[in-house]
Design a protein around this ligand. Structure first.
Ligand code: NAD
Length: 283
């Protein structure tokens, strides 16, 4: 029987990425670490020019820009807090000024402020909802204005715009001690579906990805010790942690014309976490 860490080293070859997005312009929020960084590099590897948004750590953002440019495309970093309307509007103005237009938006920025219900402050609640949910709304609204203004650019894509919301398995799995986070991701579910209904006639595709346990700074405590990793594997039937590139690959596909007839899809990329593995032997 192979143990968890051996499974963990048995990763796919993430380099096999066709140039599906040549000529397209993308913006990824919260992209100077973790999933956002991997998505930004994945989109660049597929041929898109990519703007990354960040809120802290300019040095890390500039490193990601270098990695984007190393793929032979244009990269740029814009600082903005996605929960602040003025900053989001300003970010899109700068992005359009620099890149001319936009084809792909991945509203990915997010965080956790964990607390038991009775100890959760209004500030912890509002911070998480403000960034994880309102931040996505603000960025999507600004991106859609540009998609509607410009329409389809047949030379690069069949669609006028592609939006890929970053949700979570906690869109459907309740999470005690994280009511603010689960509510923000549950909110993305109906926000995305409602926006998708409104935007489809304009050839704007809206989908979302629900990552399971992905190895990033947001959840270091869940994978950084052997004990924590082993406990995590009880929740992951596929018996390995997800890597940010697992999410990037799906984002590239959803952004591409390979997925042109895919609209309002919630795709979980979670090694089976949403099949409730506790019920494999119980219930
Ligand atoms: P991460 O902490 O590495 O990345 C989150 C990014 O969001 C960081 O770059 C952070 O600076 C940025 N951010 C936070 N507040 C911001 C703000 N106000 N404005 C702009 N950027 C801001 O963690 P990650 O795991 O890469 O998370 C990315 C997304 O994936 C989040 O939405 C998270 O909820 C989601 N997600 C992650 C996992 C996982 O297991 N890692 C699972 C499910 C969902």
């Amino acid at each position: 029987m192979t143990n968890s860490s051996e499974f963990n080293s048995d990763l796919p070859n993430y380099k096999l990425c066709p140039k599906l997005l040549v000529g397209q312009k993308a913006l990824v929020t919260g992209a100077n670490s973790g999933i956002g960084q991997a998505v930004a590099i994945g989109l660049a590897r597929a041929g898109a020019d990519v703007i990354i948004n960040y809120v802290t750590n300019d040095a890390a953002a500039q490193e990601v820009v270098k990695l984007i440019e190393a793929e032979g495309v244009r990269g740029m970093a814009i600082e903005a807090d996605v929960s602040k309307e003025v900053e989001v509007v300003d970010m899109f103005a700068k992005a359009l000024d620099a890149f001319g237009t936009l084809d792909i938006l991945v509203p990915n920025a997010g965080l956790q402020r964990d607390s038991s219900l009775v100890n959760m402050t209004l500030s912890e609640w509002n911070t998480v909802i403000g960034i994880n949910l309102t931040g996505q709304f603000l960025c999507i609204r600004e991106a859609v204005k540009e998609f509607l203004r410009r329409g389809v650019r047949k030379e690069v894509s069949c669609a006028a715009g592609k939006i890929i919301c970053m949700s979570s398995v906690h869109e459907v799995i309740p999470w005690a001690g994280h009511a603010n986070y689960a509510a923000s991701k549950g909110g993305i579910f109906m926000m995305m579906k409602s926006m998708a209904q409104e935007l489809a006639p304009h050839r704007i595709r809206v989908n979302s990805i629900g990552p399971g346990a992905i190895r990033t700074p947001i959840n270091t405590a869940a994978w950084s010790t052997p004990e924590a990793y082993a406990a995590l594997m009880d929740l992951v039937p596929y018996r390995r942690i997800g890597e940010p590139e697992d999410i990037a690959n799906v984002a590239v596909f959803l952004a591409s014309d390979m997925a042109d007839y895919i609209h309002v899809l919630f795709i979980f990329v979670d090694g089976g976490m949403t099949c409730y593995p506790g019920f494999a032997t119980g219930g």
